[in-house]
Design a protein around this ligand. Structure first.
Ligand SMILES: CC(C)(COP(=O)(O)OP(=O)(O)OC[C@H]1O[C@@H](n2cnc3c(N)ncnc32)[C@H](O)[C@@H]1OP(=O)(O)O)[C@@H](O)C(=O)NCCC(=O)NCCS
Length: 154
């Protein structure tokens, strides 16, 4: 087997750096979330980004490829009791190479460093693939009913 064939088979994402998003990443991040199917009509992703970056209790971590493009993300924060993650996304061209798990682990590390004892997240019940991802990543499904209330008049 020649080197080209070996490189073609090698995971492309295992060494990609993960760090805090930068000011100039907003549009690239929204584009990633669109490609990953995470944008909902009732959520304004730019407002979500601004709110997550406003204080010290939440942040957005991104993975970058060799060309510095944003190819993965996770929003992480805590409310003084539990940690939460949102917008976990991997570029559809780079899935199933372990990047989603690395992003989740990086968010877990961020919370652990702040003494947060438990991480929570929401998944729609029909989203079997994402349920499989979290189950494979050490997360436990707990049956609960979620109550919500909009505070923005929408
Ligand atoms: C969910 C998501 C982040 C996973 O990212 P990823 O980089 O493909 O995940 P990994 O490669 O780290 O997967 C780890 C393990 O999870 C499981 N898994 C991941 N995707 C899966 C799928 N589509 N179906 C079944 N199992 C899956 C597998 O066990 C996998 O290990 P394997 O590839 O060795 O079998 C990615 O598919 C994504 O961006 N989805 C769209 C956005 C989304 O729905 N995000 C979740 C919001 S709550």
């Amino acid at each position: 087997m020649d080197d080209t064939a070996t490189q073609a088979r090698a995971p492309q994402t295992h060494a990609l750096p993960i760090g805090h998003m930068r000011d100039g990443d907003v549009e690239a991040l929204v584009s990633l979330w669109e490609r990953a199917g995470l944008i909902r009509p009732w959520n304004d992703p730019r407002a979500d980004i601004a709110l997550a970056r406003r204080g010290p209790h939440s942040t957005i971590l991104v993975a970058r490829d060799a060309a510095d493009a944003v190819v993965g993300s996770v929003m992480v924060g805590h409310d003084g009791h539990r940690g939460w993650i949102y917008y976990l996304a991997v570029d559809p061209a780079l899935t199933r190479q372990g990047l989603g798990r690395r992003l989740a682990h990086t968010a877990e590390d961020w919370l652990q460093a702040r003494g947060v004892p438990k991480l929570m997240l929401l998944v729609r019940p029909e989203n079997e693939q994402v349920r499989a991802f979290y189950a494979a990543s050490g997360y436990i499904e707990e049956p609960r009913i979620i109550f919500t209330k909009r505070l923005d008049g929408k």
